[in-house]
Design a protein around this ligand. Structure first.
Ligand SMILES: [Zn+2]
Ligand SMILES: [Zn+2]
Length: 397
């Protein structure tokens, strides 16, 4: 990212600064997974072991806080025989709004035993979906507002619970929040798209130490340009002083319909604490593909994805150089041309301009390249047959 000071652009925020690329651990993360404990189709253990088999080392089960276990059985999508018997009595204190954590309470070996990094998670669902990580925050109140649960919720004292209350609740329990899949179609009973100002307000209201970013790709939004547009619009307004890190997630409900969307962390220390630090510092990148996959019976096509092997910033030369593999093109993307909406956000998948490609190639001269405002990010693209696996990273400002 660059900020203009007189005529000289300065790089003031580089999340990859200080990474020793020869030694750093690369960890593939699935940060948005559902199981039978809410509206997913499989048991915790099957989900965990399947993702592990496909090379994931960081997993967060983020079951919905509003669904009781076995929603798919209740909705007759699955037969009663496959129901999960968990959680067993005594129920967790905030049941059923509890995270599916610890895994051992749900019939799955713990992350240490499996050699994985497990992250406590929960998807807050009553309003805009928000993932909470590293804490047990969840909302379920039997007394709810008119039209509940979609029309609003109230807490035990009868007070309306807003998204701001939820983000504050996560933070007060030392958790981190990520805003999920902004561009999901408006056709769901439980979803209404928000205007851009809504996102701007949330990131203005909450510090980067609590609300760390948004999902930029999610299987639910099917690589729609909507979420990427929200991201660019936010970055243009907030960078470099208030970073908004971008995440990619499968939002997996059924292992047969996983989407090859994931986040890769660069960790010095392979632990939950290391993931937390990396989440706060932006030491990760995310990937998506136009090709879906069944994780149940296909192998993960990691070789399809471009690889980010290193980032070298030279303040003297004013360049950012990327070392990449498996990559057909590196695109550098800076702020959108306009910050004005161009279409109805409820019906259009491109309701506002996305960032502009200001350069193509491994090395960016950020001082001389025209069009760079307050940030620039890189997108690594590869063509694999008719598919396009992408990796997004290097968000600097
Ligand atoms: Zn969701
Ligand atoms: Zn979800």
């Amino acid at each position: 990212m660059s900020s203009q000071e007189g005529k000289k652009r300065l790089l003031v925020l580089d999340p990859y600064a200080g990474i020793d690329w020869r030694r750093v651990g690369r960890h593939k993360a699935a940060l948005h997974l559902h199981t039978l404990q809410s509206d997913g189709y499989q048991m915790v253990e099957e989900v965990v072991r399947t993702y592990q088999r496909h090379g994931f080392s960081i997993l967060a089960i983020t079951d919905h806080d509003w669904n009781r276990p076995n929603a798919r059985i209740e909705w007759k999508h699955l037969p009663p025989e496959v129901a999960s018997p968990y959680p067993k009595e005594p129920y967790p204190e905030n049941y059923p709004a509890n995270p599916t954590w610890p895994w051992t309470d749900y019939g799955c070996p713990g992350p240490e035993e499996l050699g994985l990094i497990g992250i406590q998670g929960n998807e807050l669902t009553f309003r805009h979906h928000i993932n909470s990580f590293f804490c047990d925050y969840g909302v379920w109140y039997e007394r709810t507002g008119p039209g509940a649960p979609y029309g609003g919720i109230v807490d035990a004292e009868g007070r309306e619970v807003s998204e701001d209350d939820q983000i504050r609740g996560i933070r007060s329990r030392n958790g981190l929040a990520v805003i999920n899949h902004p561009g999901i179609d408006d056709k769901h009973a439980w979803w209404d798209r928000k205007p851009l100002d809504w996102y701007v307000e949330r990131f203005r209201n909450h510090p980067a130490g609590g609300l760390v970013g948004i999902e930029v790709t999610n299987c639910e939004s099917r690589n729609s340009p909507y979420d990427e547009g929200v991201w660019d619009q936010l970055l243009a307004r907030f960078m470099p002083w208030r970073p908004i890190w971008g995440f990619g997630a499968d939002d997996m409900h059924k292992l047969e319909e996983s989407r090859q969307t994931f986040t890769t962390f660069f960790l010095d220390e392979p632990s939950a604490a290391g993931v937390r630090r990396a989440m706060l510092a932006g030491r990760f990148c995310f990937s998506s593909s136009t090709r879906g996959a069944s994780y149940r019976d296909e192998s993960f096509q990691m070789a399809e994805f471009p690889l980010l092997k290193g980032v070298k910033v030279s303040p003297e030369k004013g360049t950012i150089a990327l070392r990449v593999e498996n990559c057909d093109e590196v695109r550098w993307i800076a702020a959108p041309e306009s910050l004005e909406p161009t279409a109805d956000f409820r019906t259009s998948d491109s309701p506002w301009p996305r960032g502009r490609v200001v350069h193509v190639g491994n090395i960016l001269d950020y001082r001389k390249t025209p069009g760079i405002g307050s940030y620039v990010r890189a997108e690594l693209v590869r063509a694999e047959g008719e598919h396009t696996p992408r990796r997004y990273g290097v968000q600097v400002g």
